[in-house]
Design a protein around this ligand. Sequence first.
Ligand code: HEM
Length: 394
Amino acid sequence: MGASLMLDELAGDVHPHLARLRATEPVSWLPALGGWLVTARDPALEVLRDAETYTVDDPRFSTARVVGPSMLSTDGDEHGRHRAPFAPPFQAAVVRDGFEAWTAAEARRLVGQVARNLEARDLDERGRADLRAALAGPLAVAVIARALGLVDDDPDRILGWYRVISAGVEGVNAGREVADETRRAVADLRDEVDRTVAEATGSMLAEVAGDGSLTADEVFSNTAVVMFGAIETSEGMTSNALAHLLGDPDQLADVRADRSLVEGAVEESLRMEPAATLVDRYATRDTDLAGVDVRAGDLVTVSLAGANRDPATFPEPDRYDVARPEAHLQLAFVKGPHLCLGRHLARLQTIAAIEAVLDLLPDAVLDGTPDGDPPGARGLVFRKPTTVPIRRGG
Ligand code: HEM
């Protein structure tokens, strides 16, 4: 069955394909990926928790070839050394104290602009605003620039680096050399990181560098991973959460009536559509995974979207339910040593975005496209809708 699955099917409406694979061969060889695809939750957890058998530390891992080794590309003690100095500033309480008020204000500022545009009808030809472009994207960049303490937090510069460097990573994935343009963007970002370390006393980057356990090269590579790990994923997480909630009038009414449901709505959206949906590992030895013989060196790709709709853990897995009791068992931030460092900051900003929309756009509803339904999430690795179009009148 896996043999017949093409990459564009994995990038499009993937969930029915994942459900079929999970039911028949939850660890399935996909020629299109050149590796195993894991679509059930138990084997997914087995892979993610056992970094000795399933490692990220492999020359095929393209990010490391562009920005250098980092916490994302190492395992064992080396991984711990890369990650440790970045861990304290990303702890839940530290993030809450440092970011909750600021992020809420920034989300309200962005949604306030949307509300004024809707009022002035300064919108697209169908009278709609796009919450991905106007809220989810800019909030993601602003939050991570502030978290790192970058001396130059111009969002266009940050996004420029992001686009060039992630295109460079994709190029390496496709077998090309690191392009000159990519090298130039890496060098510019490196200057920015070095300047922040030198000039922004008290910033996260200055503190991490001051810790002394990472070289200047390693402070840079890990910063690049933190920064780029935050931008596309957070934009996707907020876009998906808004699309799920604003697209479901009944559940939206429940959440409007009881704001304590917002957190569950975000968790359930992470379950339904994890913004980063595929994570890669490489087998270090021959092993058995859910009855399948995996060979040393094999690529093992975990479908977080597959695991998150495993009916053994999530009854009626295709149903969006903001009050689902087991939503917190979702794997959007993985489990094990590579558990997302930014998960508290990411949750905080998506919650802030939803609260701001509920407060300042009290009658907003998701609008369809000219062809019908609102755009669904798409993408092979990162999944989100192309737009989150809203109009007034709910
Ligand atoms: C403020 C926003 C974010 C920051 C700063 C951030 C940062 C990071 C970092 C540094 C790692 C690497 C951890 C390690 O390897 O030890 C990581 C892992 C990960 N993050 Fe995030 N992240 C953010 C948001 C998100 C969001 C919104 C998602 C998805 C909804 C996400 C999904 C993941 C996943 C799946 C991994 C594991 C990758 C793997 O195991 O190969 N992250 N994140």
